[in-house]
Design a protein. Structure first.
Length: 588
């Protein structure tokens, strides 16, 4: 083996790892947030958790990614530790799918059918299809499928190059002697764990082992402990991810490590005791790539079958390993904001889903704040006044946290739909925060009325009640359309906003008329003016929310363009809605 073979092996390994990464990214983007949403919610039973873990991992081709998501889910309070344990076990089974896929490279035969099954026969076709999807078809879905296909093709080419490069190693005595050393179970486990921990992918390390198998120099006695070690090494990713997380998340990593350690120890003890008693004849035979897949699958399925009945004990073991020791005092964080976990940045579809959850909570809090503030005008209550101020402070924190998180998230590789969703949230959090600011202003107006013992006249009170009812409805419509992305509902906001503008003008005219008649005072006039201005501006922010919802459905954010188009091309419907709202909120 010369320097050129070494360079070829390095090149093949690089292509292999790059292809695996590309294929995994494409699979993750294609699955979107659906699989992750299922993973976080549908874990009500233990068998279902195992199945979900296996399916999600087989789809995204990474048990490490699945486990990191679980760390984030437990850290955010979405899942409990007991729910995560079966999913971890299922993830170990799901990761064996890659080994079976890579074992196709060793298929040998002279028939046309057998040759067609070889990845190197159909990979060029997949690569050609991928190029068409990625370069000539303007479809994000097709582009993601193209990523999967090109990733698979590059993966297989890398595997083929790597296999060809290492073939001369079978003639190198030093290489054979090193592999013989790894037949020692402890050294073999250590080697598998170290390599897997270094590249942070058990699928990749299994693929490398399968390529080395093609030299014919790796026996069963060497391969088995290395495979056991690979299962331990893959735990490093979850352990690193749990650094800085809460106790629950650290316990997820502890369960993952405990499961693989216990499974490895039990498997090796049983296997080598049986070998000592029976004497397995195959121990010195050369192992094939498909045999690696078989061993990998048998270990993970047997380990799951053995330890699944004891998942509660694994939970207790994790609690012992990560004790409930007193933690240093720190600022209490809002439970909802823990959903914005930086671990989810590695799986953007999950991070986008959590941004939507937090934004929806923020929108509802903004609605609650304005409704509570308007109720204070009719009947002042100090507890409700403090509640409005509390909501305003909380909404400020939501705006800061969402904005900061989304800026980080937008650096990731996002789909067009995910980009639009984040842009809409980032565009709207300012309006939601301003609504709560106006709610605070309205609450302070109510406080002033109460402190000074002032009261509006009966006519003014009637006008204000109608005004506030219209504002409450526009806030409800705008918030609901924002959360549900309901474009049809959002089209009702602008007509109502026009009516509110008219109500605002009528209230001002009514005050001037009462002032002329001596039925109102200048001081009450200033208070009424402040109240009316805040209500009118709340309606303006609701208009911004609705227009953004509509424009997002058209992949744009030109608010003025939408307003003009709505009135020009949809005038009949617009005026019909406006007339209906005007009749509903008449102050005559």
């Amino acid at each position: 083996m010369d320097i050129f073979d070494v360079l070829q092996m390095i090149g093949g390994l690089c292509l292999f790892l790059f292809g695996m990464e590309t294929m995994g990214d494409g699979l993750t983007r294609t699955s979107g947030s659906k699989l992750e949403s299922i993973l976080s919610k549908l874990t009500s039973s233990v068998p279902k958790g195992v199945l979900l873990g296996a399916v999600v991992t087989a789809v995204i081709q990474s048990s490490s990614a699945t486990t990191v998501m679980l760390v984030g889910f437990v850290n955010s309070g979405i899942m409990k530790l007991a729910q995560a344990i079966p999913v971890i076990m299922g993830a170990n089974i799901g990761t064996t799918a890659t080994a079976w896929l890579l074992s196709l490279t060793a298929i040998d035969g002279s028939s046309v059918f057998i040759k067609l099954l070889k990845p190197m026969s159909f990979s060029p076709i997949l690569a050609a299809i991928a190029i068409v999807f990625m370069m000539f078809i303007k479809s994000e879905k097709k582009y993601n499928i193209g990523m999967i296909l090109i990733g698979f093709a590059v993966l297989m080419y890398g595997m083929d190059i790597m296999s060809g490069a290492v073939e001369p190693l079978k003639e190198v005595p030093e290489f054979v002697s090193i592999l013989t050393m790894f037949s020692n179970p402890i050294l073999g486990v250590a080697a598998g764990a170290i390599v897997t921990a270094a590249i942070q992918s058990s699928s990749a390390s299994v693929g490398i082992l399968q390529a080395l198998c093609l030299t014919g120099s790796i026996s069963y006695g060497t391969a088995i402990p290395i495979i056991m070690g690979q299962n331990i090494g893959t735990c490093v990713t979850a352990i690193l991810s749990s650094i800085g997380a809460n106790k629950g998340a650290k316990r997820v990593a502890a369960v993952h490590l405990s499961f693989n350690l216990i499974g490895t120890i039990v498997f090796l003890i049983v296997f080598y005791v049986a070998n000592a008693v029976i004497g397995f004849s195959f121990m010195n035979e050369a192992v094939e790539p498909h045999n690696i897949a078989v061993i990998h699958s048998i270990f993970n399925v047997c380990a799951t079958a053995l330890l699944l009945p004891f998942y509660k004990q694994l939970e207790k073991l994790a609690i012992i390993l990560v004790k409930d020791s007193p933690e240093p005092e720190k600022k209490v964080q809002d439970g909802t904001l823990t959903l914005l976990d930086e671990r989810f940045l590695e799986t953007p579809s999950v991070a986008v889903m959590e941004c939507k959850t937090v934004a929806a909570k923020m929108a509802n809090l903004s609605k609650d704040s304005i409704v509570a503030a308007m109720n204070l005008i009719s009947k002042y209550d100090e507890d409700k006044f403090n509640y409005v101020n509390l909501l305003e402070s909380k909404i400020d924190r939501y705006e800061d946290a969402l904005s900061e998180y989304i800026i980080k998230l937008e650096r990731q590789d996002l789909s067009i739909d995910e980009n639009n969703t984040l842009n809409a949230i980032l565009h709207n959090v300012g309006d939601l925060e301003r609504i709560s600011d106006h709610a605070k202003n309205i609450a302070e107006t109510a406080l002033e009325l109460n402190t000074k013992g002032l009261a509006f006249s009966a006519d003014a009170k009637h006008e204000i009640d109608v005004y506030m009812s219209a504002v409450e409805e526009i806030v409800t419509i705008a918030v609901d359309s924002f959360i549900e992305k309901d474009v049809e509902l959002a089209t009702s906001v602008e007509p109502l906003e026009e009516v509110i503008d008219e109500i605002h003008a009528r209230v001002k005219d009514g005050h001037i008329e009462r002032l002329r008649k001596g039925e109102c005072t200048i001081e009450l006039g200033f208070i009424l003016s402040d109240l009316g201005t805040n209500l009118e501006r709340v309606a303006d922010h609701c208009s911004n929310l609705a227009i953004c919802t509509i424009e997002t459905s058209h992949d744009g954010f030109d608010m003025h363009r939408y307003s003009r188009r709505l009135k020009k091309y949809d005038m009949e419907n617009f005026e019909e809605k406006e007339r209906a709202f005007a009749a509903k909120y008449s102050i005559n």
